[in-house]
Write a protein that binds this ligand. Sequence first.
Ligand SMILES: [Zn+2]
Ligand SMILES: [Zn+2]
Length: 1008
Amino acid sequence: MNNPSVHETKVLEFWDELDLVTKVMEKNRGKKKFSFFDGPVTANNALGVHHAWGRTYKDVVQRYKALKGYDQRFQNGFDCQGLWVEVEVEKSLNLDSKQEILDFKLDRFSDACKDRVDTYSQIQTEQSRHLGQMMDWKNSYYTHTDQNITHIWYFLKECHKRGWLYRGHHPMPWCWRCGTSLSSHEQADSYREITHTALYVKFPFRDGFLLVWTTTPWTLPANVAVAVNPEFEYAAFELNGEMLYAGSWLGDTLLKKYSVQGTFTGKKLVGEGYFYPFETDHQFPRILIAWNEVNMEEGTGLVHMATGCGLEDYLRGKELDLTILHALDESGHYIEGYQEFSGKFYAEVNLMVAQFLSRNDLLFKEEMYTHRYPVCWRCKEELVYRLVDEWFLSSEEVRPLLLEASESVVWGPPYLKKQFKNWLENMGDWCVSRKRFWGLPLPFYPCDCGHLTVLGSRDDLSSLPQELHRPWVDKVVVNCEKCGQPVKRVRDVGDCWLDAGVMSFSTLNYLGNYEYWQEWYPADFVCEMREQTRLWFYSMMYMGVTLTGRPPFKYVYSYEKVDDKDGNPLHKSGKNVIWLDEVLNDTGADVLRALYLSQSRKRNMRFDLKRVDFHVKTLKQFYNSVKFLVTYADLDAFQFDEEFRVRDNLLDKWMNVRLQQFVERADRLYSSYQFVELMTEFTEFVEELSNWYVRRSRRKFWVEDMSHEKGSAMNTLFLVLKTLAVVVAPMFPFLSEVVYQKLKNYAHGEVSVHLEKFPKPLQTTDSKLLPLMNMTREFTSLGLQLRQSMHKKVKYPLKECLLFVSEPSLYEFTGLIKEELNVERIRFLDSLDWYVKIELKPNYRLLGAKLGNRTKLLKRTLQLLSQSKMKDYALRGKKLSLDLNGEVLEVNSENFTTVFHWRAGYRGVTSPFGSLLLSEAESSDLVYEGKYREFLRYVQLERKKLNLEISELVEMRFNTPDKSFEDFLWKKESRMRSDARLSRIRKLEVNTGDVVLDTLNLEFSLFN
Ligand SMILES: [Zn+2]
Ligand SMILES: [Zn+2]
């Protein structure tokens, strides 16, 4: 337990030898199915702790279902294509642009991508195994296989048949570093607060200037028009002979110093020309246009339009048949035709434009402007908008189908349902193309005749290339379906969410084995991070509904992100990344899993290894209870009695009922995926097992022969531990296996705990036992606290304990309380009256102001108040009101403090379920009893120091000048021999003891 990773490695070897997962699958084959679809992890890097959270959930659920007898597939997935992989391979090969990749040669680049995926899928497999994830690792799916690709082609062809597929030509958010556009689902969360320089620009107009505002100065050379809102009021402003045209509302702010020369509606400006000041090849008349989207919140009411640099500008430009001006190339540089700007990087153009305007006296003002701006989800560079050709799937027809299908899905947490619906309602068309290299080859073959051929299968290729990847697949020529001319594939690859989204078909061989697919589709359970609502859950849903009309999953379990311990996001590139291997070697998998399972999935997890201590303690408690049983079970050659039923022992009876309750609750919490609550149940159960049942039963195990009592306790403890090992096996697969293997020595069992059946809770009729035992534990803990406040150590017995309690059945539990509190006897009281006097202390801070000069009257009234009235109030909960010269004052716990004065010789404590008193008196016999226990403890300690086996009998010799204590000890001789495992006890010569105990005035030695 001190270095869990050591025993976990051994357990892993054991499972491997056994081929456990195959055994588990065989055991349940043909039974009721539980279908789980794994969202593929990108096989691109080693796993961090942020990957292990979801993997833990997935494993717990599948292991639990295996214990419950469900037929499962245990298939893990690896995501193998797309930008994630390309970017890492670029880094490792020291390539920095698409051109450098082309120079490196595409076949070598694709091979390098494939190698990386091979390497990291193996590393991730190994890491996941160490986390305890039980998967059919030989049978993982990979998204770059022909099987996956051909299923996507089938899907795309289906979309094409329905008329959803089209080639769009409009500005898209574009990453100049990655050289590709991004679709809205990739981009949704990738916004940052960024400060840009915004410019107020003067475009020459009439007798003065239009005042135009922009936050993207680099787009100004691509200006084609200026938009006004036809409904707004505009004004001509004048200062020192300079005339500016802008929204009239600016007279209160930006143009306060100017005088208004006249106002008019925006409509009046529409159609007028203005002067475009840049010296580019694109000289044509620029005019003012009408646009209702122009608002008053930002800018000047005059909006600069660059139809090639923004989607909205583009769409409005299309409506009005404006020129569409291309501006940037793939790498974010200005294309030819822009004179001094051509070939310049867009960020540089920002500066050049400001300088140019300022040089020509066309810059009115510069200011810093902070806004939410999109960045690349992969490389975090700021995005630009760029006019591109991309392939889209229209969403209009499928949207209502998706909305309807998602209704039947159960979402956890439930608010996800609304988020998903919201996403579907607002999603744009799906941009499925990427201008990259290592990805799904889109099967689109446009022909000069105007026809588009879309392949639906690998078999549609005239010849099979070495691989269905670039560059190999590009060399295969296909004949146009319509005119028969040879046509070439478009160069684009696919969005990686096609790769992951098709898994519900490809991994079940939908096209090759429809029956098998039907057996496992849809999934009963999927589990991924919440952000997957607009990614994997979305693409799965899109593809599933398109091909079958049915959703691909029934239940979604989602969770939030992992942050570092201070709440900062974990970055793979940043310094705060926490690698899974390090943590596994440090704490072991079971403890790490406990950490995940006890974290609310609705909040980001702050990953802090300090928090594992709590779980380490609980798992150790469990393990130590097992070690305790094993010690005595081996001594007694114990074998579990299958016929065993608890009969008369209260503690054993309780433990059995408590076990049934735990099994029943755990089953319910597993099946409803309530893991935080499950962890709490487990922790509480282990605490009660170890700190109550085992502790209170310990003495029974010390008895030499197998008494009836000892047999009952041993069988009970065995049953509890074995059942517990099975129930928690899904959560702590390693520890439960270790425990199970130990316990198998005493009873028949399966080869592995994971081949067990989840226990069925037995019906118990003893429903009162649990609350009564809780009450007993409450009383003993109150008693122990009381002892502490009395400075009476537990080892010194007290004369008596008095209980005043409303529950008469507690009488049965007297023995437990007596032992736990170490008192000679327990008496139940009918009334507390004789043992306590009540005093009511007014809270003057609260009452003072209200009472004023009647404070004295209150004091006198209290003095005259009878004890019986106060006791009715304090002990029996009756109402008490005081009459202060006609004004009634209601006594309650806020305005009065109740002080209990206990009868001399006693101390007491009250609680909602009763009162407990302890006598302060110790009899001399009782004092010696306490001393005897202390002595015994030192003997046990000495045995430990000498490394004696628990069963080994030794001789003890002692000496004490306290004659009456010596007599007491001789009276106890036989008990002491059994308690301390001594062959005999003799007297020691004076001053020759190995251990000298000053507090006991005694010395002793052990001889073997
Ligand atoms: Zn990028
Ligand atoms: Zn053709």
